[in-house]
Structures are given as structure tokens and as C-alpha cells.
Design a protein around this ligand. Structure first.
Ligand SMILES: Cc1cc2nc3c(=O)[nH]c(=O)nc-3n(C[C@H](O)[C@H](O)[C@H](O)COP(=O)(O)OP(=O)(O)OC[C@H]3O[C@@H](n4cnc5c(N)ncnc54)[C@H](O)[C@@H]3O)c2cc1C
Length: 307
């Protein structure tokens, strides 16, 4: 069954309407970081912007099913940090107020590469903000939720594109409201649809089935994998480093790892494997074995302020 729907601006609720005419409306599929930022920018050009996401609960400090990779570290590096701050002034202060950790890479990162502990190079002499991805997402999400003209529809899955009669223009999206039976669907009109639904996007299949050639894909598979656990930071840890990165260097040393601090006094502890050397999810102690790496970082290479 197909219902035409129009969007109510109140509380992100969808109401049915026989005559939905969405003038100057943009729709963004996915409240990924890319989706949230795209909506923020589109909000400056479109009367209305609607973000839809299949996850039912988006404003959460926990992990949500649509972003399983959120359990791994998502450190905000300098460039991304500057761009976010430019779009959302005061965002860094807000993240820090929620417990994010500012890590000055040049002074506070213990960095192992090319067989020894060394200082990060000049281009890495940067501040990064360490926190969980849910914290980063929720802070940006809250900014978006109060931005005039923006509506967020959780629990809605994009299922297909709507086209004009000549199949020359995308005119909206077909949606499934995940709170309703599987057979019920609705649609949302749009002048522009942005797909930020990530690596599992069905857009290439949609385009093929509509007779268009999907964009060519180039896959470069480094066969890289992470295994992450979250630990409480040991009470005995007093530095001298805040974060640690043991860089994998395939093919000779495909194993690596990192410790990144996060809010609430916790650590992301991650094992990294390249070139098909996938890290175990058990017995992590045996992962990084080179003798040189067992040594602690030498004081020569440790943060100046803590020597
Ligand atoms: C600050 C930061 C640091 C990072 N650091 C690293 C790193 O160190 N190493 C690394 O490898 N990667 C890193 N990444 C990249 C990250 O892990 C993912 O690659 C990135 O989040 C993109 O994932 P994705 O393409 O799967 O989309 P996602 O970000 O997972 O977003 C997809 C969204 O679309 C929604 N969605 C999907 N399909 C539909 C649909 N049909 N209808 C409605 N909604 C839908 C999902 O629910 C989800 O919310 C980082 C990213 C950020 C933002």
C-alpha cells in the first residue's frame, strides 16, 4: 500500500496528506555525520530539510544498530575538528564539557612506527578531540534538532526513489515507517535527495533498476580490521601519554594497536590488523609481539611537559 505523506514540522511526525507539494524541500537519507552536516548546509539553501534514518532512537549516548562501527575509536582529527567548529561554533567546548579529551598529538601521543617509539612528525603536531562516536553524533544532532527548517524522522527507512513520469528527475523517496507493518509504505516529496546512508547504500541498485548506470566503483581493499574493547582507564595510569598508537606496517609488521581516551574515564583499546591479518576478539595480549614494541616508550620521546 502506498500513501502520500507530507511532513509536519512539529516533533518530526509524519502526517498523511493527499496534496503534498514539497517546494524547496531537500531530503537526506541517513543521520550519519555526513548526513547531519549535509542537512546543516542544505538548511541554508532550502526552506525545509528532512533527515530520515532507519534507526528508531537517534539521540542516544549509547550505540545504535545502524552504526555498528561506532564501537571503534572515532577520534576527531584537526581538519574535521576545524570544519565542525566552523559550522557549529562552540562545538569543541561542548564536547569537552561532556568529557571529551583534547589530545595534543605532538606532546601526548606515544607513537610507535618504523621499529621504534618516536615523536609524531610536524604535520601530525595537531590537537585532536577524543571521544566516543555517539557523543560526537549526539552533540551535532542536538544542534541540528533546534535548527529552523530541519526535521528529523527516526525509524524511517528509504526503500526506493520516486521519479517524474519521464524518469528524468528524482522527485522524492519511498519510505517504510519501521513502527508500522512491513507492507505499509509512504512517500516524501523532495526537490533534492542526498544519499548519506553509507556503505550499504541501496542507491546503486535503485539507479540500475530505473535504467541508469550507477557510478563506477573502485575498490581498494587494504584488508584492514579493528577489534576494540572499552575499558575503564586504570587508576594507576598517570601518563606520561594520553593516547598511544602502534602503527601497522604491512607487509612486514601488519599488526598494530591503539589506546584512545574517551569520556567518563574510559579507554578505547583497539587491535589493528592489515593485509588480511585480522585481529582476534579474544586473547588480545598476544597480538603485538615484536620485542621492540614491548619496551615502554622512551622518555626521550615522551611528552615534554611530563618528562
Ligand atoms: C570523527 C570520525 C573518525 C573516524 N575515524 C575512523 C578511523 O579511525 N578508522 C576508520 O576506518 N574509519 C574512521 N571513520 C569512518 C567511519 O568509521 C565510517 O567509515 C563512517 O562513519 C562512514 O560509515 P558509513 O558509510 O557506513 O555510514 P554511517 O556513518 O554508518 O551512516 C549511515 C547512516 O545511514 C542510516 N541508513 C542506512 N541505510 C538507510 C536507509 N535505507 N534508510 C534510512 N537510513 C539509512 C544508518 O542507520 C546510519 O545512521 C571515522 C569517522 C568519523 C566521523
Amino acid at each position: 500500500m502506498m500513501n502520500r505523506v507530507s511532513k509536519s514540522n512539529q516533533g518530526g511526525k509524519v502526517s498523511r496528506s493527499a496534496e503534498s507539494t514539497a517546494a524547496r524541500q531537500a531530503v537526506v537519507i541517513g543521520s550519519s555525520i555526513a548526513g547531519l552536516l549535509a542537512a546543516h548546509v542544505l538548511g541554508q539553501y532550502f526552506e525545509r530539510v528532512t533527515i530520515i534514518d532507519r534507526d528508531r532512537q537517534l539521540e542516544t549516548s549509547g550505540f545504535r544498530p545502524g552504526v555498528p562501527q561506532a564501537r571503534h575509536p572515532h577520534t576527531l582529527l584537526r581538519r574535521g575538528h576545524l570544519i565542525l567548529e566552523q559550522h557549529f561554533p562552540g562545538l569543541t567546548r561542548e564536547l569537552l564539557a561532556h568529557g571529551a579529551i583534547a589530545v595534543e598529538a605532538h606532546q601526548e601521543l606515544a607513537y610507535f612506527r618504523e621499529g621504534d617509539w618516536r615523536l609524531p612528525g610536524q604535520h601530525e603536531d595537531t590537537l585532536s578531540i577524543a571521544c566516543s562516536r555517539p557523543l560526537l553524533e549526539s552533540v551535532i544532532y542536538r544542534r541540528l534538532a533546534t535548527q529552523p527548517g530541519i526535521t528529523i524522522l527516526p525509524g524511517h527507512e528509504a526503500t526506493y526513489l520516486n521519479m517524474d513520469a519521464h524518469r528524468r528527475q528524482v522527485t522524492g523517496l519511498q519510505l517504510h515507517n519501521r513502527h508500522k507493518p512491513a507492507w505499509s509504505s509512504s512517500w516524501l516529496d523532495a526537490d533534492l535527495v542526498v544519499d548519506a546512508s553509507g556503505r550499504q547504500s541501496p542507491a546503486p541498485e535503485w539507479l540500475s533498476s530505473l535504467g541508469y548506470m550507477p557510478p563506477a566503483e573502485l575498490v581498494v581493499n587494504a584488508r584492514l580490521a579493528y577489534a576494540t574493547r572499552i575499558y575503564r582507564r586504570p587508576a594507576t595510569h598517570a601518563g606520561p601519554w594520553q593516547a598511544m598508537y602502534i602503527q601497522p606496517e604491512a607487509p612486514d609488521q601488519p599488526h598494530g594497536g591503539m589506546i584512545m581516551p574517551m569520556e567518563d574515564g574510559r579507554w578505547h583499546v583497539t587491535l589493528i590488523g592489515m593485509d588480511g591479518h585480522y585481529p582476534p576478539t579474544e586473547k588480545p595480549a598476544s597480538w603485538i609481539t615484536p620485542a621492540s614494541c614491548r619496551r615502554p616508550p622512551s622518555t626521550r620521546l615522551l611528552p615534554k611537559r611530563n618528562r
